[in-house]
Design a binder for this molecule. Structure first.
Ligand code: PEP
Ligand code: MN
Length: 360
């Protein structure tokens, strides 16, 4: 068929489309009247039995050539979209989605800020003793680090492993951070700890709790900034929806943290997902950070991962630092000692390699 023969056929399709569109809008007006009647009668709008009967009748009346299954699918989609529209539950864009042209969001965390220039969040996996956390805070502050991390309530795989110092650990962390002018971050695992945990400047939701929706709702009400880590097997949509729980419950101050996802690879604890960082920076204006220690599960590749995170757009890098990693009570294999942290810092400050193609 010649291209010129297509034009009149396409014109016919265009006319039919407009007729279908007019009918769909006419249909929704009738459905609106049904909704109003049902409201008066106190009946729910959605009636699955009526929908089943309506679709069965349409399939029976279908002369083809449209297949019955397609007819059933199309009409159930029309019914679903109608109910959603009339109930006002149409899928909206998320509060955490980046709107066209929207700038990055940033917010205060204790005496410092997240979401502006890239920051480092460093400190031990767990708070273990006064000496350990104070010496770490003093060392990190002397290197310009503004955020001190340290777990007080530890979500451990085995119930027989060190579970953290709890309230005592939190008090030590806060005191060490205050002395060194740092902001501190600790993980919350239980809504019952929240009141106490709010003494910290930033509340972390760990990978195991990313979809603990009751915890997320409480964090939405708590008024402290939140660092939400990506679930170890969570998609970016799931991460953004988890953030939406917090924001829609009243707390706009949420930062997201890529920390590696589970894959078949055994050489690393998780597989660090740099594309997640680049995509999250497009999808949301919330600050996006990267935890290289829990991604790698080892200490020898933290510098390249940190550089990759920053190159992908991360606004912060988290890593574990301990004065004596060999005797750490959790994650001993991945924490950096002080000299190794200095080497990490030097590597991060090095400019990215010039491409061959750009070399003079
Ligand atoms: C942590 O940061 O202490 C931690 C347990 O991390 P994740 O939840 O990412 O494993
Ligand atoms: Mn750890």
């Amino acid at each position: 068929m010649e291209n010129t023969d297509l034009a009149p056929l396409r014109a016919q399709i265009d006319v039919l489309n407009l007729e279908l569109l007019a009918l769909l809008n006419q249909r929704i007006e009738v459905a609106r009247k049904i909704r109003d009647q049902k409201r008066l009668l106190g009946q729910p709008l959605y009636d699955p039995e009526r929908e089943l009967k309506m679709i069965a009748a349409l399939v029976q009346a279908n002369p083809g050539p449209f297949p019955h299954a397609a007819v059933a699918h199309l009409f159930s989609e029309i019914a679903r979209a109608t109910v959603e529209h009339l109930e006002g539950t149409e899928r909206r864009s998320l509060l955490v989605s980046r709107k066209a042209g929207e700038a990055d969001r940033s917010f205060a965390v204790g005496p410092h800020r997240l979401g502006d220039a890239p920051v480092l969040i460093a400190g031990p996996c767990s708070v273990e003793s006064e000496e350990q956390i104070f010496s770490t805070a003093r060392f990190l502050a002397s290197r310009g680090v503004r955020f001190l991390r340290g777990g007080a309530w530890k979500p451990r795989t085995s119930p027989y492993e060190f579970q953290g110092l709890g309230k005592d650990g939190l008090e030590l962390l806060v005191a060490a951070a205050r002395e060194s002018g740092m902001a501190c971050v600790t993980e919350v695992v239980d809504p019952r700890h929240l009141e106490l945990a709010c003494n910290a400047d930033l509340l972390q939701v760990g990978t195991r709790n990313m979809q603990n929706f009751e915890l997320l709702k409480e964090l939405g009400r708590c008024g402290r900034p939140v660092l939400l880590k990506r679930g170890m097997a969570s998609t970016l949509d799931e991460l953004l929806n988890a953030a939406e729980y917090i924001v829609s419950h009243g707390n706009p101050h949420v930062a997201l943290c890529e920390r590696g996802v589970r894959t078949f690879e055994k050489q690393t604890r998780n597989t660090f997902d740099t594309s997640a960082i680049a995509l999250l920076r497009q999808l949301t204006p919330l600050p996006v950070l990267a935890d290289v220690s829990h991604a790698a599960g080892r200490r020898d590749i933290l510098a390249p991962l940190g550089r990759a995170a920053l190159a992908a757009g991360a606004q912060g890098v988290m890593l574990e630092v301990h004065p004596h990693p060999a005797i750490a009570r959790s994650d001993a294999q991945q924490q950096l000692d002080f000299p190794a942290f200095d080497a990490f810092l030097t590597a991060l400050e090095r400019p990215l390699t010039t491409l061959d193609a750009r070399a003079p």
